[in-house]
Design a protein around this ligand. Sequence first.
Ligand code: TRP
Length: 338
Amino acid sequence: MATTKQKVSLTGIKPTGEPHLGNLIGAIQPGLALADEYQTMYFIADYHALTTVRDPKLMKRYTRSVAATWVAAGLDTERTVLYRQSDVPEVFELTWIMACMTPKGLMNRAHAYKAAVDRNREAGSDLDAGVNMGLYNYPVLMAVDILIADADVVPVGNDQAQHVEIAADIAGAFNHVYGDRFRFKIPQLVTPSADAGRTLPGLDGRKMSKSYDNTIPLFVPEKQLRKLVRRIATDSTPVDAPKDPDSAAVFQLFEQFAPSDAVAETRKRLEAGGMGWGELKDQLFEVLNEQLTPLRERYEQLMAPDSELDAMLAAGGAQARKRAEPILAGVRKAIGID
Ligand code: TRP
């Protein structure tokens, strides 16, 4: 990790599924770009995933898959600290300490918990049905991820903004009591700029999302990629008729991945009439396949058992622990348990 006085940016990624094109454009590429401005730290939030992922094989697979995806997409482990949350046991010790500083009411107001309670109310069930303490305490663990890394900024999507505000509140609660003995840095929320965090349409034209089952997974074999691109929904405008490129998911995808002169040319041909959606799909497939093939090859190397991925994660974990140790030691001293 660089020793410059650059600000530290930290993000956690929950390993809950296989990565898709929407993740690449909306989260991974903007995330990688942060390394130009910040000292970046990325970790795989495996213990957060335990609130929902209950199959040990999947837990292992998704955890490696997240790490392999980021590395294949260009994350440079020489510049960035990449680690697994579970490799930093200091996190869990601090989680108890910070839970003791956290008002229960603050957790009652957390969106994810409130949404679960609302669903139960609507269904006429017990309000806490299906809610485990991991879900309830989720924001405390997340606050600790941030505070123990001494992070300056936390770039997250809007859905995670409240969690970062909660982290700042919990840090403030600790500082209020122990601030003359130890002070946490108050983390700052950074939400993606208008250009970053772009969303992609999925196969059915809605936002590409695992929950809509409309994704193009990043690392499917070439043949399957071709099939998926063929499945993108289009209207039945005849080949010869003029078309509105911007209303078509297939064009919106093409626009994201093709060079701008090709996009301009294709736009002209669609508007003039004479170019069918099928031809555009073939072009989109070619562009995607060309860009994804090197990533796919690197991903597969990394996903192989005993690849260098495990050593990369172990090295990142050791670096993250080095940052965490003095923080936990300072906190223990401050609270009188050292
Ligand atoms: N809760 C985040 C998500 O679901 C993942 C996460 C865990 C995280 N700990 C974090 C993000 C700390 C930023 C900082 O996406």
